[in-house]
Design a protein around this ligand. Structure first.
Ligand code: GLA
Length: 736
């Protein structure tokens, strides 16, 4: 890892182990230009690549055509309104109502380590682990300072970028758009990969050509969303899972975002990512600063899989924190799909008792334990235990569960308020709403206005009081509706445009407080399933509920899309009931276990009611989890075949970092008549090593059990057709 500055050529170069990123300062105006991003280069001086020699576009040589320069020059970060007609990254409105802004380089700082981003989640590292370049730019007329930060890591090829704006003028300025990163490059026939979905089918992978014009994904829902994801990658058309160029950006943020690639008139493209400017207007007082969230940029020459593993390692080592960062998580059983709102102490204890005998390690009590919440129409905000349901109280229940040798976890939805709640009756102005307009309900609830300190403090105390009074070791923090009717009774008129972002900052502050006061707590985020599965939340919780759809087949797609960026250790995944509550599909209990093994692993069913044969399988699944979880949590993940592409079978693998073992999961989704075996290639193995199928008894059709690593990688192995649909198997390979 190295950051250098060549004073003669005015070129900065950031080198990670396998990539280089180059920035140049050009012309008399000190424009900050993007020169190169890609494979690592030994050459330090790449000034010759800067498109400043290409008259007539150079302002110092031809200022009469200044807009020609501004509209073509590859910028590191843009101004607005002065002649660059591509998607800009910074927009302002002055007290006089003007919007023009232009940035030029002023100074820089290169230092060991990486500073925290105030109030925001961000990657981190010790001084020996990372290094940062700060480019200080300014608009001299506006006295607006813009600090561009780039951090690189000794053990990663990722680059973390962020932007901070400081107002040095005598009067306030309004920021109407502050994106966090921009990469201008030639469009080398790229294809864009993005993730799309809906409730219960989050993060399906979509690929499309990068065309002229704008193609984007975004959210204006106040959360990263089920629908689109704060991620995009662009790859060569020939790039595969394991070979070829790919670039990616992922936003470390949980609210509104915009991720866009714009193909321009000259065949270049501009990739940008940041807070969605929709509804955004931030008043920046003199000497105040605004910190935009972080974007992680990745380049890999090793295909989509190379990009994936770069994100996984970065997030495992430099984003996720806390006691469970590198620890096996307790196998939990959650009562949501088991009972919904219809439970009491006896019911929960009967589930816990049976579960504890089978080896399950934690009971999680989901929605419905507070206020008078017997359906989803009431009580959010009234976080007092409903003792007519939990007869004996919460502490009694927790103690009884602990006596069974199990931990206890609980569900909250702290950001919400039901119209039918004591809290709403007392403080109707605590909901986000536009005065005089009846707010749109979703799941019969409103969103609390957490931008108000008194609301934040009140909610925190209510939740913390519950946690302080019983031995609660896990919290599922839910968020079940998107924002609408943006209005705050607590913000002045000229700060209403700050509401979306302030709300996200407030959630971060609350989770920060909770994890500091309860450092041993295992926090799992959730949002109507996976609507807030993002890198921002991973800074506070090491795992996130992936989707309300736990059907094994649907989960193959949901988990493949999620694992494209996020480590398997973060994916909340459970074995749930059948017929599946979302799609009605019946899949073998065994297969549900294999699919959940690719995540945190747990159960979401009434263990006292499921068929005995299934129940009897639980101890084996528990043993399987304990056997493989270290590998799943810490290993390198490879996609081998995806059911969404081939409509037939799914296959993925986790390989130990030292390549001593690998676990291949194969799910034949549909059996097809008169088909022969499937040839799969098993990547990531050590070509020199010999591998043995350690669980050969599970593969009676495969007679040979020993193979050279390169044979499995390049020639592959034939997986026999399995009898029936939705059949899964594991193949455990160990090096001799
Ligand atoms: C959301 C969650 C579910 C469950 C319910 C409870 O939908 O994703 O897992 O907790 O809320 O209301």
């Amino acid at each position: 890892m190295k950051i250098s500055y060549n004073e003669d050529s005015r070129v900065f170069k950031l080198d990670t182990e396998r990539t280089s990123y180059c920035i140049g300062i050009v012309d008399d105006d000190n424009f900050v230009g993007h020169i190169y991003y890609g494979r690592k280069l030994t050459e330090d001086n790449l000034a010759y690549l800067m498109r400043t020699m290409e008259a007539p576009f150079v302002p110092s040589q031809n200022n009469r055509d200044r807009t020609s320069f501004l509209d073509t020059f590859p910028m590191e970060y843009t101004g607005n309104g002065l002649g660059d007609y591509r998607e800009g990254t910074l927009e302002v409105r002055t007290a006089d109502g003007h919007t023009g802004v232009a940035l030029s380089y002023v100074s820089h700082r290169i230092y060991d380590g990486k500073e925290e981003l105030e109030g925001l989640p961000a990657t981190f590292g010790q001084d020996t682990e990372c290094r940062t370049l700060e480019l200080v730019c300014e608009d001299k007329i506006l006295k607006l300072q813009v600090i561009l930060s780039y951090s690189i890591f000794a053990d990663s090829d990722a680059i973390a970028r962020s932007v901070k704006i400081v107002n040095h003028a005598d009067e306030a300025i309004y920021l109407t758009k502050v994106l966090s990163a921009c990469i201008d490059m030639d469009n080398d026939d790229y294809e864009m990969i993005t993730l799309h979905g809906s409730w219960a089918r989050e993060r399906a992978i979509q690929t499309r050509p990068v065309m002229r014009g704008k193609q984007s994904v975004s959210s204006i829902r106040g959360e990263s969303s089920h629908q689109e994801h704060p991620f995009m990658a662009w790859k060569k058309r020939t790039t595969t899972e394991e070979t070829g160029d790919i670039y990616a950006m992922n936003f470390v943020y949980s609210g509104n975002f915009l991720a866009q690639i714009e193909g321009d008139q000259f065949g270049s493209m501009r990739a940008t990512m940041g807070i969605n400017p929709y509804g955004f207007c931030w008043k920046l007082e003199p000497e105040a600063s605004f910190q935009a969230p972080e974007v992680i940029c990745v380049y890999s020459a090793d295909g989509i899989g190379g990009m994936t593993r770069c994100f996984h390692d970065l997030y495992r080592n430099h984003l996720i924190r806390g006691e469970y960062k590198n620890k096996k998580r307790p196998i939990l059983i959650n009562n949501w799909e088991a009972t919904y709102f219809d439970f009491n102490t006896e019911k929960l204890l009967s589930i816990a008792k049976q579960a504890s005998e089978l080896g399950i390690e934690m009971l999680v009590m989901d929605d419905g334990w507070f206020g008078h919440r017997n359906d989803d129409n009431s009580s959010l905000g009234d976080w007092q235990v409903n003792e007519s349901k939990l007869n004996g109280g919460l502490k009694y229940l927790v103690d009884e569960v602990n006596k069974l040798g199990m931990k206890f976890g609980i569900w909250f939805e702290p950001e919400m308020i039901s119209p039918d709640s004591d809290l709403y009756r007392a403080h109707p102005d605590w909901a986000i709403a536009i005065p005089g307009r009846t707010g749109s309900l979703a799941r019969n609830q409103y969103v609390l206005d957490l931008t108000r300190k008194e609301v934040r403090d009140y909610v925190y105390e209510m939740v913390a009081t519950v946690l302080r009074n019983a031995n609660i070791e896990y919290v599922k923090w839910d968020m079940n509706r998107q924002l609408s009717d943006l209005g705050s009774y607590g913000l002045p008129a000229d700060r209403q445009g700050e509401l979306y972002h302030r709300q996200v900052l407030a959630v971060y502050e609350l989770q920060d407080r909770m994890t500091k006061e309860f450092p041993h707590l295992l926090l799992e985020n959730c949002s109507g399933g996976g609507a807030r599965f993002d890198a921002g939340m991973l800074y506070y919780s090491p795992q996130i509920w992936c989707s309300d759809d736990a059907d094994a087949v649907e989960r193959l797609s949901i988990q493949a899309g999620t694992a494209m960026i996020y480590p398997l250790s973060t994916m909340g995944a459970h074995v749930s009931d059948c017929p599946n509550h979302t799609v009605g599909r019946i899949t073998p209990f065994e297969t549900r276990g294999y699919v959940a093994l690719a995540g945190t692993f747990g159960y979401e069913l009434d263990v006292t009611k499921i068929p005995e044969a299934d129940r009897n399988m639980i101890p084996q699944q528990v043993a399987m989890y304990h056997k493989y979880n270290d590998l799943v949590r810490e290993g390198d993940y490879y996609r081998i075949a995806h059911y969404a592409d081939n409509h037939f079978y799914d296959c993925y693998e986790v390989v130990a970092k030292d390549k001593s073992e690998a676990l291949v999961t194969y799910v034949q989704v549909l059996n097809r008549p008169n088909f022969h075996s499937r040839r799969i290639h098993i990547p990531g193995l050590d070509s020199e090593k010999t591998y043995v199928i350690a669980n050969a008894q599970d593969w009676p059709e495969i007679k040979q059990t020993e193979y050279k690593g390169d044979t499995l990688r390049y020639a592959g192995i034939n997986i026999p057709p399995l009898w029936g649909d939705f059949k899964g198997r594991l193949m455990h390979l160990t090096a001799k």
